[in-house]
Design a protein around this ligand. Sequence first.
Ligand SMILES: [Zn+2]
Length: 255
Amino acid sequence: MAKLVDIHIHLVDEDYKSLFGYLKAYLKSSDTILVSVSVDLETSIENVKLAAEFPGKVVPFVGVHPQMADRADIDGFLDYLVKVKDVAVGVGEIGLDRRLGSKQELSEEQKKVFRVQMEVAEKLGKPVSLHTRGTLKEIFESLPSYRLKNVLLHWFAGNEDDLKVAVDRGYYASFGPAMVCSKNKRRLVASMPQEYILTETDGPVRFGGCFRGRMALPTFLPSVLFALVSVLNMPYDDVLVLIYRNSERYLGVKL
Ligand SMILES: [Zn+2]
């Protein structure tokens, strides 16, 4: 039976701490599959633990986020990844980040941390969940030098031409609450082949627009799915099955 899938959420983020009891109760009672990504060694360890507590519901990704790159213990992380390679389903959230604007110089440390994680994902045959804020061009340039199992451009923020490059190369793109409020985002999704669409919340990020600054929760997922129902002009159940199958193909595991 197909289930809702959040392909990118930060379940062990600090901002969820006060809601952790609620989230655990949600995990116990719901059938939703949550792919929980990491940002450093500590969150990687916590995600692997959480996945052991909720098998089949929490899918752990381990990784060092570009915003953490400059102060990360990358060697400690790589040792840990090798240790948990049989339980960590993928590597993420990794990537490059230009949050200070288009002129920001990317540090050598950030590029190195990205590169070594891409190499290890390639070696272990894991899918990657990529952060590409302001760096889609660099990411597109570097990707062909790796032979990766599957690539997700999480929170896809490029234009139609970027999306064409992505799907021509077989990359997945995920869309979340921003698509619910934005007509432009929905138009973009409508232009892409259905087999590369995935759904996410990126919780606990806060969303403006129609979500009025609320913190994203897994309970936002039905809204994301209903936005897709209108974009794809398909019945809800068919969209549910589509995203579920796309998620399985991207992750390379049976959900
Ligand atoms: Zn994220």
